[in-house]
Design a protein around this ligand. Structure first.
Ligand code: URA
Length: 235
């Protein structure tokens, strides 16, 4: 791969022109030697490239676990509100990142930010049946028949039928976990409305076989290890 292409693919803030200028200034090294020609070919898997003293670790794609706070929108840009991408620290920023799936502005929890479109598609496709688990607090006690109605596939407003979902009672009768296998618009809120209840707090706590890290504060990000990425797709 060309050196300038390599660097600008790994560092969101650097254009190829920036890389050219840095090369001219001797700020780019390959295996410890300053390289002044930005079109030099490198082996991205074995060469060590540093920019202004920072060594770049090549990753074809990145996978970031974000604990989304309320008030932030799942979009790449928004005229008014802060977006999930603005929460990504500079060392993880790169071109092409997007949130794989949406949580409502007032929902907290696990959002995957990646530049791997194929994985995102597999994770989100209803055909993949990847479970998404939500912690839910309701205005009224969760009635005993709610779990049964959700497990049958409840019909929500507008006549849409949901796939069967599992409800696990929480530590009090206003709280529960709900496991969905699809992602309709406002689905959790609409399911509880369909049984005469109202969601007052919602947090996504798990995608596939990966739980939101309990150590991750609201607004915090964690680069996922390669071995965990496939678990995002497990049923
Ligand atoms: N269901 C909802 O109602 N809102 C979300 O943000 C996610 C699932």
């Amino acid at each position: 791969m060309r050196l300038d292409r390599f660097i600008s693919s790994q560092k969101a803030e650097l254009s190829r022109n920036d890389v050219r200028d840095l090369c001219r200034k001797g700020q780019v090294t390959v295996n410890g030697t300053a390289v002044r020609k930005p079109d030099t070919r490198i082996d991205e898997n074995s060469d060590t490239v540093s920019v202004c003293g920072e060594t770049l670790r090549y990753r074809r794609y990145v996978y970031i676990m974000l604990n989304k706070p309320q008030g932030v929108v799942c979009a790449t840009r928004d005229g008014l509100s802060e977006t999930v991408l603005e929460l990504i620290p500079s060392q993880l920023r790169r071109k092409g990142l997007f949130p794989a799936g949406r949580l409502d502005k007032d929902t907290e929890g696990f959002v995957l930010i990646t530049d791997d479109g194929a994985l995102a598609h597999r994770m989100l496709s209803p055909r993949s049946h990847v479970p998404k688990t939500y912690f839910v607090k309701c205005e009224k006690p969760v009635s005993p028949d709610t779990a049964e109605r959700f497990s049958q596939g409840i019909v929500i407003d507008g006549g849409e039928k949901c796939l069967p979902a599992e409800l696990i009672q929480g530590k009090n009768d206003h709280e529960c976990e709900l496991v969905l296998h699809e992602g309709k618009y406002h689905q959790v809120k609409r399911m509880f409305e369909a049984v005469g209840n109202k969601v007052v707090y919602l947090k996504r706590v798990r995608i596939g076989g990966v739980s939101l890290s309990p150590e991750l504060p609201l607004g915090g990000c964690l680069e996922m290890l390669h071995k965990d990425v496939e678990k995002l797709l497990s049923r």
